[in-house]
Design a protein around this ligand. Structure first.
Ligand code: NAD
Length: 472
């Protein structure tokens, strides 16, 4: 744990476990985080699907690629898909489920075209949900409801959201559950999303819905260095979440240009120096900042592939007591500067500073989804950030670029360490994993969006909040 989460440390000692069980206290388990060289899935994968689904082939291919052992029900279509993908899947029956533990259970629900068929979820997950390993994964794949062919199919597919979010709450011991809506024609766009959701890179992402749409071909990748040869700009990189983003993108092969205010130049250079990146100092709210940043990236690197808008501030006060300076500074740093810099980097299409197949990732907050006491300025700015994603996704699609946001919940940083004890404990525990996340959890979600393989992933806001109760 980066900061002192003494409760989690204590509850995982023998005496702590005893007290926790007697009194019924929350039982956070230390989450497994990714280290280079780790397998994508820690354990056997169980693949299932409703009859008539269209993703069995893509799923079997992915599981074969990541080299995981797999099981699949004794149904001809699923076994044929596995065989075609070269996947040697062992047989599975509900009775067999009682003796096996799974690193991941994955279900293709795209064959569900009317509500009565939702019983397939019960039939498959009923005997298996308790067989998910510690820090294991549950993933449901559906069809984007708006792209369904009939009202009944749209309703049934929409229902998957409630199922997945509720099932995620029933998972134990650090396991997580997610739903991926796959648009028709996007069957070949799934690899980056599944590799992220099945692995320990998504440790603190829980109960989320991700939409994958049809897009241009996914490039061939070295999955251990997906950002090799790419240039990434990270604002607010001198500490906290920004420093973790810089380190994670560099791990994935990117040359990182870290940006922060001139007063933090020393800290910024320490971060970028450690990862072979470059440091650029600027106040992003300055009038000429967008032009300066764009000119720097063009001159030094010929352009930029990944832009991460992470710089942000809070200036909390209840609305009736909030002065103009507090309101304006938060809106300007968190939202105004973000939009102006984006505009400067994407202007002029052919001569744009953002390269072809570019990626923009914004850092929002669950306060921008749920609202938060004393944070009308911050919540406004962070909801506006989601607005930027919604508004710019279709514009950027014309430049073969994507834009997405992460919305962190309670992350253990210097910022949250300053929150008064009782409020801090509430923020930490009020989620399905009963603990705060780490800066690296936010960084991993950003690296997933930034991957050149995430061509079909745009317009999403994914919470990195352990399925926080706030705004759920
Ligand atoms: P932090 O305060 O540790 O880091 C923010 C960085 O942004 C600092 O280095 C700061 O100097 C830089 N910055 C601020 N104003 C700037 C400006 N005008 N120009 C250039 N740089 C500027 O905060 P953090 O906790 O690491 O948060 C990072 C992002 O994550 C923020 O956008 C924040 O709103 C968001 N967030 C954090 C949490 C959390 O729990 N920590 C939760 C939700 C969202």
């Amino acid at each position: 744990m980066a900061q002192a989460d003494r409760y989690t440390e204590l509850i995982n000692t023998p005496i702590g476990k005893l007290v926790q069980k007697q009194v019924g206290l929350p039982a956070p388990v230390p989450l497994k985080r990714f280290s280079p060289g780790d397998a994508v899935v820690d354990g056997r994968v169980l693949l299932g699907g409703a009859p008539g689904g269209r993703l069995a082939g893509a799923l079997a291919k992915l599981v074969a690629e990541i080299g995981a052992e797999a099981s699949t029900p004794l149904r001809e279509d699923l076994r044929a898909a596995a065989a075609e993908a070269g996947l040697d899947a062992g047989p599975w029956t509900p009775a067999a489920a009682a003796t096996q533990k799974y690193g991941a259970i994955v279900f293709d629900a795209t064959g569900i075209t009317e509500p009565a068929q939702l019983e397939q979820l019960h039939l498959f997950f009923g005997p298996t949900i308790r067989r998910v390993k510690r820090c294991g994964r549950l993933v449901v794949l559906g069809t984007t409801p708006e792209a369904a062919s009939t009202p009944s199919e749209q309703i049934a597919q929409r229902a998957l959201e409630g199922f997945t979010r509720a099932a995620a709450k029933e998972l134990k011991a650090g396991a997580t559950g997610q739903l991926v809506y796959v648009a028709p024609g996007a069957e070949d766009q799934l690899a980056s999303t599944l590799r992220f959701l099945l692995s320990s890179k998504s440790a603190y992402v829980d109960g989320q819905v991700i939409r994958v749409s049809a897009a241009g071909a996914v490039p061939q990748l070295d999955w251990s260095q997906p950002l090799a040869g790419k240039v990434a700009l990270v604002t607010g990189a001198s500490r906290g979440i920004g420093a973790a983003i810089a380190a994670t993108l560099a791990r994935d092969g990117a040359h990182v240009v870290g940006l922060d205010v001139p007063a933090l130049e020393g800290d910024l250079k320490a971060v970028t120096g450690a990862i072979g990146g470059s440091a650029l100092t600027a106040d992003i709210t300055a009038e000429d900042a967008p032009r300066t940043i764009a000119a720097y990236l063009k001159k030094e690197h010929g352009g930029v592939d990944v832009v991460v808008h992470n710089a942000g501030i809070t200036r909390d006060k209840t609305l009736g007591r909030m002065d103009e300076a507090r309101w304006n500074s938060v809106i300007q740093v968190n939202l105004g500067a973000l939009q102006r810099i984006t505009d400067a980097l994407i202007a002029g299409r052919r001569r744009a500073v953002l390269n072809e197949n570019g990626r923009i990732v914004c850092v929002s907050s669950i306060a921008g989804i749920a609202g938060n006491f004393g944070q009308t300025n911050y919540a406004t700015s962070k909801a506006g950030v989601i607005g930027v994603v919604d508004a710019y996704a279709p514009l950027l699609a014309r430049q073969s670029a994507t834009i997405n946001a992460v919305a962190p919940g309670f992350i253990e940083t210097q910022m949250t360490a300053k929150i008064p004890f009782a409020t801090r404990e509430a923020g930490r525990r009020m989620n399905s994993l009963s603990q705060g996340g780490l800066p690296v959890d936010v960084a991993e979600a950003i690296a997933y969006f930034a991957s050149p393989a995430s061509t079909g992933v745009t317009g999403n806001t994914v919470r990195v909040c352990g399925q926080s109760l706030l705004g759920a």
